[in-house]
Design a protein around this ligand. Structure first.
Ligand code: PBG
Length: 326
């Protein structure tokens, strides 16, 4: 008598068997759609390096959000692109600045059945393109920048954000924003912290989309060094202690090991940002006919979920939600 052989293929034989034992679920509710709204344009502007994505007018923002929401996506992340930039980035906390107007439009369009998150940073608003204000030597001044982040958090919350997403990687930013919100009676507003954000080449297309490439230098004085994963865990723990409600790893694909560690070591609500460069390379290959876009996108998004992310910020949200429900 021969010993009964293990036959893993038995469970792969039919779609029903495969569905029965599937370990990772990917659904529209796991996706967060990033959107850009730009001041002073009359028509939505296509972003060349991100095919399918636009800088929106307030009106096209409303339509796009509506369409994405109709496919089952629950949450949105909004970026504003102002007309006027200055050294401080003061449009970022203008109650009538473009981001705040965009937030009001989303709130109005989506009601409270959806979650609206405001990216909270200064790089789209400063004339030098850095994520904070500069000191005399041209370095980003951490503490003065954090003071400005407090103002932005209040303006975004008053405009209707359910959560703010500080993405500048300043030390102490989460604690300061939490304090500012609580002092203003905005305890209900949450913080989705870009906790482990790496200084990545994969943000290239975003800098076209948000018109925020630094005029000099780079962001490696505040964003994380790509080789470091212990440090990423320390950053994530610090943000949790400071009061973050959801923590994020960014980018996603080159950092799936960090995503897995973050989930295992914290068991905290975790998001991963499938960034502009990850989107652009897949789109480019698909356009050349080198990849099957649908299969590649769903495989990528599943891999991010499998690595341990509860939520995936992705420019593929609309298409993916369509494929997942269609
Ligand atoms: C900074 C910010 C960036 C992204 C989101 N927030 C760019 C940067 O750090 O240069 C990148 C997102 C993407 O590439 O999709 N406010």
């Amino acid at each position: 008598m021969s010993f009964p052989q293990s036959r893993p293929r038995r469970l792969r034989r039919t779609p029903a068997l495969r569905e029965l034992i599937r370990e990772t679920e990917l659904a529209p509710r796991h996706l967060i759609a990033p959107l850009f709204v730009k001041e002073g344009i009359l028509e939505p502007q296509p972003i060349d390096s991100m095919p399918g994505q636009h800088q929106h007018t307030l009106e096209s923002l409303r339509k796009e959000a509506h369409e994405i929401a109709s496919k089952g996506v629950v949450a949105f992340m909004l970026f504003g692109v102002p007309e006027r930039k200055d050294p401080q980035g003061s449009e970022a906390w203008n109650p009538d600045g473009i981001a705040q107007r965009g937030l009001r439009v989303l709130r109005e369009e989506l009601g409270h059945d959806h979650v609206v998150v405001a990216d909270l940073c200064l790089d789209e608003y400063t004339d030098h393109g850095h994520c904070g204000v500069l000191d005399a030597e041209g370095h980003v001044d951490n503490d003065r920048t954090v003071e400005l982040y407090r103002r932005i958090a209040l303006a975004q919350s008053v405009a209707g954000a359910d959560m703010v997403g500080p993405s500048g990687m300043m030390d102490g930013q989460v604690a300061a924003i939490r304090e500012a919100l609580d002092e203003a009676g905005l305890e209900r507003v949450g913080i989705m912290a870009y906790a482990a954000k790496f200084a990545s080449a994969f943000y290239g297309p975003f800098r076209e989309a948000a018109e925020c490439a630094p005029r000099f230098g780079d962001r490696s004085g505040y964003q994380m060094d790509p080789p470091n994963s212990d440090e990423a865990i320390r950053e994530i723990r610090a943000d949790i202690e400071e009061g973050a409600d959801i923590v994020m790893v960014k980018p996603a694909l080159p950092y799936l090991d960090v995503v897995r560690r973050a989930k295992d070591e914290t068991r905290f609500p975790l998001a991963a940002y499938n960034v502009s460069g990850e989107y652009a390379m897949l789109k480019a290959a698909a356009r050349n006919g080198w990849l099957d876009e649908r299969r590649a996108v769903l495989e990528v998004l599943t891999s991010i979920r499998r690595a341990g992310a509860d939520l995936v910020l992705t420019y593929h949200a609309k298409d993916a939600a369509d494929w997942l429900t269609g």
